[in-house]
Design a protein around this ligand. Sequence first.
Ligand SMILES: *Cc1c(COP(=O)(O)O)cnc(C)c1O
Length: 227
Amino acid sequence: MSEIKKNIDNLLKQIPDKVKLVAVSKTHTIETIKETFELGQRDFGENKVQEMLEKHEKLKNLDIKWHLIGHLQRNKVKYIADFVELIHSVDSLKLLSEINKQAKKHNKIIKCLLQFHIAEEDTKFGLNFDEAIDILESNEFKNFENIKICGVMGMASFTDDLEKIRIEFKKLKKIFLEIKLKYFKNFNYFCEISMGMSGDWKIAVEEGATILRIGSIIFGNRTYNKT
Ligand SMILES: *Cc1c(COP(=O)(O)O)cnc(C)c1O
């Protein structure tokens, strides 16, 4: 049995059925993605537009759902608009506006998550609660017809302090519920909480994650010097 199969089987055994697993394939090869696809995995996550675009081009014949999980620059939205499944990393009204514009060009609706800054490190991207409210209250937002906000995303601090991680995930869940109640009460599609990575996915599931973004414990450690 391949390592990847072993790792995925082991994960799927533990993840509740209603939680979606996004296999984070950044830095890994086309062959690795193909192999994983053949095991039944359909959702893959990439954090760089260029890399996702290249992989999508080479794997066009496979029914892969591509998730953009990394920071997205406005001028790059056009490259992924026609095929992206879900953009996890929306962190400004301007970005949302560009996504709406590009989606309109392709006559489609693009699903997005609002990314929140829940970790203590200030290196991580994301909105705070008030910034999100400003977006959701804006007239511009109300006129976007080609995007659908499906929920929230966040990354916990990179730490061994499990209690701290739990508190951060609880915070994201609370933000989700508040926004749901205020703006999306009757919209069933607003239902996603994307949180949990290789090191903290168990806590994320306990705290209400609906999407896990997992790389290393499926594919092994990443090496960034690509050949
Ligand atoms: C790389 C990455 C992951 C996966 O990280 P692992 O620790 O390898 O599971 C999840 N989310 C984001 C945003 C990432 O960039």
